[in-house]
Structure formats: C-alpha cells, structure tokens
Design a protein around this ligand. Structure first.
Ligand code: CTP
Length: 402
C-alpha cells in the first residue's frame, strides 16, 4: 500500500507556466490514494482554471482569502490544520521570496505561514531566475527553516532557455512527498544495492545479458532512501531513471560491478545483491564486429567472479542479502545458495509463478535466513516486498550488534 494512501495533502499552485503540470500531479497523488485539496494564487488562475482542479479533486479550490468557500470557516487556518503535507508545485521565484520573507498576503501564503505539516516546495522558473543569488538565498533560507525544497530538473524550458528550472517530474515529486511522510528507521545505515542485468561484450555491437529490468533493486534503493538510509545504487543498464537523493553508479559488466561494490564496501552496513549478474563472459571480446561465416560459431566463455561470495568473505558485521530466481526446487536451491555464498538472507522467487520475477511491478517471494526460517510473502508490490526485506535485514543487523 502506498504511504500516501489516505493522507491529506494540500497542493499549492502558483503562477508559472508549469502550473498546468499540477493537474497531472493532482491525478497521480489521488491514484496513490491521497486526499487532495488545491489552493491557488490569483496568478496561477491565469495559467490554469480552478475548475480543472475542482473537477479532478471533487472539492472546492481555494484562491482568495476574503471569499473563501463556504465549507471552510476561516479558509487558511482550517486548510493549514487539515493538511498532513503541503506541496507547492510549481513554486515561482516570487512565491519562494514571499515565504522566505515571511509575507502572507493571500490564501496560499497564509496557509503556509500557519502550517503544522511539512511543506515540500518544488521550484519551476527560468534558468537565470533560478540562478539569481536572491532566489538561491531564499531557497537556502527555506531549507534552514525546515522546508523541503526540490532541485528543479534541467533541460529545455518553456521560455526557450536551457538549464535548471523545469518542474521536477510528477514521479519525482510523489517520491519526495512519500519520503517526507516515511519514518526514518534506517537513518545511520549505508546500504549498497546492486540492480539490473550485466552486459558482457562479444564485440562492439553485441553482448550477452539477461531479462532483468532492475525494478526489484530500484524499489529496494528507493525504499531504503525513504527510510533515511544513505543509499549507493550500483546498476547495470536498465530503462529506469536514476532515482534522486542517492548515489547512483552505472556499470556495465560483472567485473565493473564487482570493482564498484568492493570500492564502496567499507562504508556499508547492509549489502543487497538484487542484480542478475552474468555468470560467464566471453573469453575474448573482439575489437571489431564479428562477421558471419558459413557453419556454426562457438563462443568460449569464462566464469565471472561470484561477487556476493567475495563480499561475504569480507563482511564483518555487515548483513549480506542475495536473491535466487529459480524455475524449479525453489527453497532447496535458495538454501543451498545462501549457505554456499555466506549470505545472511536470501530472497527466493519462482519464475514460473504469475506476478513474480522479471519486468513485473509485483513479486512473490520467500525470505529465508541462515537459521532456515522461511517467511513466505503473498503477491505484493515490489516496493512492499522491498520494505519487508529491509526490515528483516535491519533486524538481523541489530541482533548481530547486541
Ligand atoms: N551473484 C553474484 N555474482 C555472480 C552471480 C550471482 O553476486 N557472478 C549473486 C546475485 O546477485 C544473487 C545471487 O548471487 O544475489 C544468486 O544469483 P543466481 O544467479 O541465482 O546464482 P548462481 O550462483 O549464479 O546460480 P545458478 O547456478 O542458478 O545460476
């Protein structure tokens, strides 16, 4: 279940061209189960009609302090008390300046002034405005006051300029909102997650790889970050966007992945190897494209190092979590891997079960520890599975320290 389920969120929309994106944000927040109300500045209503938000949320939209809708007695105070989280998206330079300067001259600014809930500010503006020292100082002040301010995305802006200033993606804002509302029970941990497939080159245009989408590993990295851990995500090539707020290290081959894990191992408290590492690589990788010839072609492959076994030898007090994706004898194979590779936990899934394995957003797993205890989980969203794995790893870490 999403952390946003049932959460009362006040979405504040201010007057910038990105205001139209707030409609999509509203939809997605509601899809996550949040109860959304919208407050707009007068200028925002020039970019997008209140009716849009009213229709999407089935709730009155608050604009003007002095003609607040009937359902609120004193609009800004009751809205501020109602909200469990406030999200300002987009936040213009002017609006950021107002809050930083303590100005409360309309409904939205007074709501923020009276806020008891956390406030997430998502700036969107022209690049030069964003880089302006006054704006930067104001953003700095807001963070010092305890507001969460997202970095805008960089790219082509509506005004034609290139650079930082784009409203962060809807997905990014939702992730940040979820993160703010999540209890930080992994604070102090440094968690390495490996994810995705590896690629072993045959020549400059071909490689050996597998179907791993990286979704399970990325879910683990995201949930660990939400729960306050410092996260190092070491990822093979995937279609997924690099998540914000963590150290993201892209790699390609198993050898690169191994070197990268080893370089970062010292800092880690928990290592989770969700990557589908190629067990073999071509003995030779041709420097030029291999041309076809008559008859068959044989490839000579050599073993890659087993990364998790090498980590386990050096692990000390660290918790090492591995995965086993099997097509038969799930528990037996997983238990054998756990012992042979010196893991503390293994997460086993059966590729034959619908809803489990590669490319899906769900998984059906069994979490097995070194004492042989098996926790069988039902079909779950990969993020919920990730939460359960992280909680079990944290428990083991705490037990080992006692
Ligand atoms: N793993 C690893 N390095 C490798 C291969 C696998 O670290 N060279 C890790 C994976 O990240 C996973 C675990 O080992 O956490 C089990 O991976 P899997 O491919 O199922 O195990 P194998 O030992 O390769 O078993 P199989 O014979 O089934 O391929």
């Amino acid at each position: 279940m999403s952390i946003l389920q049932g959460k009362q969120i006040l979405l504040g929309v201010t007057g910038g061209i990105a205001a139209y994106k707030a409609a999509l944000l509203t939809r997605e927040l509601m899809k996550e189960g949040a109860v959304v109300k919208v407050a707009m500045t007068e200028n925002a209503t020039r970019f997008i009609a209140p009716l849009t938000f009213q229709t999407l949320t089935a709730s009155a939209v608050a604009v003007d302090t002095f003609s607040a809708p009937e359902e609120w007695e004193i609009g800004h105070i009751s809205l501020a008390e109602w909200a469990r989280l406030m999200v300002i998206a987009p936040a213009t330079a002017n609006f950021i300046g107002k809050i930083a300067g303590g100005i409360a001259d309309d409904l939205l600014t007074t709501c923020i002034m009276a806020a008891q809930a956390p406030v997430l500010v998502c700036p969107a503006m022209n690049t030069n405005m964003y880089r302006n020292r006054i704006v930067q100082d104001n953003i700095h002040r807001l963070t010092e006051y305890g507001y969460s301010v997202m970095e805008p995305d960089a790219g082509e802006l509506a005004c034609g300029a290139e650079g930082p200033g784009r409203l962060p993606t809807v997905e990014g804002i939702i992730e940040e909102a979820a993160s703010i509302l999540t209890e930080k029970d992994l604070r102090g941990h440094c968690i390495i997650v490996t994810a995705g497939p590896t690629r072993e080159a045959l020549d400059p245009v071909r490689f050996i790889s597998n179907h791993s989408s990286g979704k399970m590993g990325y879910a683990l990295a995201l949930m660990a970050r939400r729960r306050g851990a410092r996260v190092i995500l070491i990822s093979g090539p995937t279609d997924l966007a690099a998540p914000r707020g963590l150290t993201f290290i892209p790699v390609s081959t198993a050898m690169e992945m191994k070197d990268c894990v080893m370089e970062n191992l010292k800092e880690a408290t928990i290592i989770i190897k969700a990557a589908a590492v190629a067990d073999y690589r071509p003995l030779f990788s041709a420097s030029q494209k291999i041309k076809k010839q008559d008859g068959t072609l044989s490839l000579e492959l050599v073993r890659n190092p087993d990364i998790i076994s090498e980590i386990a030898e050096l692990k000390g007090n660290r918790i090492v979590v591995g995965f086993a994706m099997e097509t038969e004898n799930l528990v037996e194979n997983a238990e054998r891997k756990l012992k042979a590779k010196g893991m503390d936990l293994i997460v086993a899934n059966d590729l034959n079960m619908a809803g489990a394995g590669f490319r899906t957003d769900t998984n059906i797993v069994k979490i097995i520890d070194s004492a042989g205890t098996i926790t069988a989980l039902p079909l779950m969203d990969k993020r919920d599975v990730a939460d359960r794995i992280l909680s079990r790893a944290r428990e083991l870490f705490d037990e080992r320290r006692q």
